[in-house]
Design a binder for this molecule. Structure first.
Ligand SMILES: Cc1ncc(COP(=O)(O)O)c(C=O)c1O
Length: 359
């Protein structure tokens, strides 16, 4: 247990004592942060630019918080100026919540700027790092992020069911000053810490999923063995390589390149294609599963995950080959070969640099 906590601190880049793996998927991390930091009547500002921001709104409302929503079109990065205006207009806001890497759209937001804004306006920042941790930089202490949660099944490449979280002193003080009990017994961090804390010994709170924790221990070892910088560079290169190849096949990113995640690539589906049929063919014929669009992007995009162990040249080649074959005229493979060659050019950086990947 202590080794997992120590490794999580390295991966979150924090010295926060309260850095632990919660028993439950990423949604448990989300809900734990919000139910512990909000009391009925508090004001929370929540940024929504996709499905998971919307879920945060729902939880804040269930906490009885006066919830101010800064809504964006799906696929946009969070607009810092609009968030600042919302914090200025709602001076009593005690919490700013946002998703760093929106898995429903593939958009990345400026987490450092958002954490800075929260601190400037006297609010705690709650950051969703479910899809970002292990794939792109997450710098909890440097960004002064107050409460951050993640999941194991994305870029940490671990079975699902655990949610790593980290809270700093400001966040813990807020919890200690609560005047009402946390409405969830299971997610009450005061109780959970009796099991995961260092000082108080180990008091039973609930039966921990030990098999999953062994899995997380191994996954964290692999992340640290590779090194965070190398891992981020690998994700960046694989994402770019895939996009270059997709462009040759006539498929464009949905999100503006500067805000696009490398580990979750959203592609605009050409109007004349039956997107569901192609996804099914990829799965049936090639055993490759890509995601369809969610919510307002349903039927309009594909969502391609290149996370953790799957962010490898072999995955990029396999998908470009399969997609190319599915899109080309029967018997033709000219575009497919060109697409793979375009990706190989980018992936060549892996061999030249210090970044490692399994071919
Ligand atoms: C950004 C984001 N937040 C929260 C969640 C919820 O995590 P889980 O499905 O593990 O409960 C997800 C899941 O995909 C996610 O992508």
């Amino acid at each position: 247990m202590d080794e997992i906590k120590a490794m999580l601190r390295l991966v979150f880049r924090t010295s926060n004592e309260l850095t632990i793996p919660l028993s439950g998927p990423g949604s448990v991390g989300m809900e734990t942060c919000l139910v512990n930091l909000l009391e009925p009547g508090d004001t929370a500002v929540v940024c929504v630019n996709g499905a998971f921001g919307a879920r945060m709104v729902e939880i804040c409302r269930r906490c009885g918080a006066n919830t101010i929503v800064v809504a964006h079109s799906w696929g946009q990065t969070i607009d810092i100026d609009r968030v600042e205006r919302a914090l200025r207009e709602n001076a009593s806001a005690c919490l700013l919540a946002f998703v760093h890497a929106e898995t429903s759209t593939g958009a990345r937001s400026d987490a450092q700027a958002l954490c800075h804004l929260a601190a400037k306006h006297g609010a705690l920042s709650v950051m969703d790092a479910v899809t970002s941790l292990g794939g792109i930089p997450v710098d909890v202490d440097f960004w002064a992020a107050d409460a951050v949660y993640s999941g194991t099944q994305k870029c940490l490449s671990c079975p699902p069911g655990i949610s790593p979280i980290t809270l700093n002193k400001r966040a813990i003080e807020r919890i200690q000053k609560r005047t009402t009990k946390v409405q969830s017994w299971f997610m009450d961090l005061g109780l959970v810490m009796s099991y995961w804390g260092d000082q108080a010994g180990r008091t039973y709170h609930h039966t921990a999923p030990v098999n999953a924790l062994y899995g997380l221990h191994e996954a964290l070892l692999l992340v640290l063995e590779e090194g965070l910088e190398s891992r981020h560079a690998r994700h960046a290169i694989m994402g770019e390589a895939l996009c270059r190849g997709l462009a040759v096949l006539g498929l464009q990113r949905y999100v503006e390149a500067q805000f696009a995640l490398p580990q979750l690539i959203t592609v605009t589906v050409p109007r004349d294609l039956d997107e569901a049929q192609i996804r099914q063919a990829l799965l049936r014929r090639y055993h490759i599963e890509i995601g369809g669009g969610l919510g307002e992007l349903s039927g309009r995009v594909w969502r391609i995950g290149l996370m953790g162990e799957t962010a490898q040249p072999s995955s990029v080649r396999a998908l470009l080959g399969a997609l190319g074959q599915s899109l080309e005229e029967p018997g033709g493979d000219k575009n497919t070969q060109r697409a793979i060659a375009a990706a190989e050019e980018v992936m060549g950086q892996i061999q030249k640099g210090s970044v490692t990947a399994n071919s």
